[in-house]
Design a protein around this ligand. Structure first.
Ligand code: 13P
Ligand code: SF4
Length: 360
């Protein structure tokens, strides 16, 4: 069997995984560990044998994130790692657009995704043909595209962005092109939230993240009433009404940094469920209140299918070379930007109500 169920919790496995067990034991039961540790040990052995690395997004479950991830982080961090990694094989523990981004940046490497069905509602909301029509409708305006898109959309894009740098990219592009409006697609809420932090006008698309669109301000206010001392951190893919009542907004890496550096007594992360599980393992001084929504696409990735991907060299993610070459320019322009000097102006989200957003 290639799913790893043949591996037992031997004394050798126990010894090899002991440091990890010490780290996760407040969050994993001994029973769960007996099932997870053999696969973790075997995956880590196979990675060395095959010169493979695992790039794991913050929404992976803790046994993947802490157990086998070589590089962990947000979309921006993983894209940067993909660009500089010298491994032969990249296993993307994340969703399909992330694997495509890795392939675009590392065309000579084998990029595998453990489950080809791991999609994204934002990536599914728009095609390259849609972007060509948008460009015809708004000639001369730059196209900034969220990395949560397919390669053919990135190929029609001037500069990509992530939730960590969207404001910076929009302002940079507007300055460079000498324009006062920018097309920022496909996440409507990210676009509206960026518009609150800049005077650049935004033309947006009606894509949504199916995980973050489900949060609303009433739920957050209820949480605030129940946990008055808790810091509420929300992802910028949430509706603006959520960010208006939250204490902080940022990418998954920004939320992680916030908790680890500011060490709030109590925190609520308004995002995907595994995020809090992963941060809680490192943030020993913080108590987590955990309302969350699961991303069904991220949750398709498991230790079992990561093991299968490594053993069988499956499922390879390929991108048409012409599309990849054009897409690479837009991703590389984003990577080449200096890191933001200041964090996102979250206070502006609360202060500015009249913003210039045109929805296509
Ligand atoms: P980050 O860039 O914040 O990691 O977000 C990626 C994502 O898919 C969120 O849903
Ligand atoms: Fe896409 Fe939302 Fe899932 Fe992220 S959390 S992969 S944006 S559906």
């Amino acid at each position: 069997m290639a799913d790893g169920s043949q591996f037992a919790f031997t004394p050798a496995v126990e010894a090899a995984t002991l440091p990890l067990w010490e780290k996760v034991k407040r969050h994993v039961t001994p029973m769960e560990w007996r099932l997870q540790a053999p696969l973790i040990a075997e995956i880590n052995r196979l990675k060395r044998e095959k010169n493979a690395v695992i790039l794991a997004h913050n929404y992976m479950t803790p046994e993947i994130f802490h157990g086998v991830g070589d590089y962990v982080g947000d979309s921006l961090g993983l894209a940067k790692e993909a660009a500089k990694s010298d491994a032969k094989i990249i296993i993307q523990a994340g969703v399909h657009f992330m694997a495509e981004t890795s392939k675009i940046l590392s065309p000579d490497k084998t990029v595998l995704i453990p489950d080809l069905r791991a999609g994204c509602s934002l990536a599914a909301s728009i095609t390259g043909a849609d972007v060509r029509l948008i460009k015809q409708r708004y000639p001369g305006l730059p196209v900034v595209t969220y990395v949560n898109t397919t390669a053919d959309v990135k190929a029609e894009t001037d500069v990509c962005c992530t939730s960590a740098n969207a404001v910076q990219v929009v302002e940079h592009v507007a300055r460079e092109w000498g324009v006062d409006r920018v097309i920022l697609i496909p996440d409507e809420f990210l676009a509206r939230n960026v518009a609150r932090q800049t005077t650049v006008g935004i033309i947006a698309w009606k894509g949504r993240c199916e995980v973050h669109e489900r949060f609303n301000a009433a739920d957050i206010l209820e949480l605030k009433a129940a946990y008055p001392d808790a810091q509420i951190l929300a992802h910028p893919e949430c509706p603006t009404e959520v960010l208006e009542v939250a204490d902080f907004a940022g990418s998954t890496a920004a939320m992680n940094d916030y908790v680890l550096t500011r060490k709030p007594k109590q925190v609520v992360l308004i995002t995907e469920c595994s995020m809090a599980d992963n941060v809680a393992i490192d943030a020993v001084e913080t108590e987590f209140v955990r309302p969350c929504n699961l991303c069904p696409h991220m949750k398709r990735i498991s230790l079992e299918n990561i093991y299968e991907a490594l053993v069988m060299n499956q499922h390879e993610v390929l991108v048409d070379p012409d599309i990849a070459e054009r897409a690479r320019l837009s991703v590389q322009r984003m990577i080449d930007l200096p890191p933001p000097l200041v964090p996102a102006r979250y206070d502006l989200i609360k202060a500015r109500h009249h913003v210039d957003v045109e929805l296509i």
